[in-house]
Design a protein around this ligand. Structure first.
Ligand code: 3HC
Length: 293
């Protein structure tokens, strides 16, 4: 029997989590959104309001529809709010111990038939799954940033994911208007495994003073037809997230392509995480103040 996912949960309301909340609410689903404290919840609610506000300003959504969309989301600071959802998508930072502890807690809180999904972009879905007593009902569901815009989701099956769970999540992804690809459990899956070597190389090229950030980005945008250049894309993804993804892939493959170039760590230490902190390779504050290295 095909499962219906009507009431869904999202844990972690950072850039990705808040975007996933919006994807679900746009489809008319009731969403339970949880983060660890009021500050994080307020930030997540702010993301949703900014994004729906942008759609209203562009004439894509009426004010009434935007308000209805936001009303479909209940914001909470307690995981126990997930007690009656059909599906949970976890989107907390890329830390295996943190994810495993959240999955263990969700396993206690959620009914046995609830599907538990992780938005991890590079960690092992299998290692997360075995932190629960229902590894067959744990799956990867990886969205791309910005989640409401990007059409792809990667569905990751571990060796123990039940085939009907994968089939139901594939049908759910299609109902969300996404195109899905289903793959096994390997760091980076398809898209990040191919993308991040290129992003790492672009950061290294900038770091070595070989070319300016504008010229690197213009080359890939105008010469290769990409929607944005690699340094602008790193600012969108977040340098901390990019570092974690590269580091995980490097540790798994030992392929130097994925050894994070030193500028990542330096910029992270200096708080230059990209758009979310107002500065990365570019400045998103009023007066542009490029990174000088
Ligand atoms: N949240 C929600 N919607 C957004 C958005 C955001 N942060 N940014 C832009 N949008 C929407 C706009 O409202 C607009 O919607 P509309 O067409 O319905 O009016 C649409 O996106 C296009 O926006 P703009 O006209 O302002 O700007 P662009 O045409 O330049 O598009 C972009 C912006 C969609 C970000 C585009 O530049 C793009 O596709 N960039 C590449 C993004 C990418 O590669 N993402 C994958 C990153 S890797 C990843 O996510 C993996 C993870 O594991 C880290």
């Amino acid at each position: 029997m095909t499962r219906e996912f009507k009431r869904v949960g999202v844990v972690g309301l950072g850039t990705m989590g808040a975007g996933i909340v919006e994807v679900f609410a746009r489809q008319g689903l009731q969403v339970v959104a949880v983060d660890r404290d009021e500050e994080a919840v307020t930030r997540g609610r702010g993301h949703l309001q900014t994004s729906t506000g942008r759609a209203v300003a562009r004439g894509k959504l009426t004010e009434q529809d935007a308000a209805t969309l936001v009303d479909r989301v209940s914001f909470n600071t307690e995981l126990k709010a997930m007690a009656d959802v059909d599906l949970v998508v976890e989107a907390v930072p890329e830390n295996l111990d943190l994810k495993r502890s959240i999955f263990a807690a969700l396993d206690e809180i959620c009914p046995p038939e609830t599907i538990l999904a992780t938005n991890t972009s590079s960690l092992s879905v299998t290692e997360i799954a075995v932190a629960t007593g229902r590894p067959g009902k744990v799956v990867g569901l990886h969205f791309f940033n910005p989640a409401p815009v990007m059409k792809l989701v990667e569905i990751v099956r571990s060796v123990v994911t039940e085939p009907d769970v994968v089939a139901d999540i594939e049908a759910f992804a299609a109902a969300l208007g996404k195109t899905d690809v289903t793959i096994g459990d390997r760091a980076g899956f398809i898209a990040n495994a191919l993308l991040f070597g290129y992003l790492n190389h672009a950061a290294a090229m900038y770091e070595s003073h070989y070319a300016s950030r504008e010229d690197i980005d213009a080359s890939m945008k105008l010469g290769c037809g990409l929607p944005m250049g690699p340094l602008a894309l790193l600012d969108l993804i977040g340098l901390d997230t990019a570092y974690e993804i590269l580091d995980t892939m490097y540790k798994q493959s030992r392929d130097r392509l994925h050894a994070p170039t030193p500028i990542f760590k330096q910029m992270i230490t200096a708080g230059l995480l990209g758009r979310k902190t107002g500065r990365g390779f570019y400045s998103y504050e009023k007066a542009d103040s490029p990174v000088v290295i």
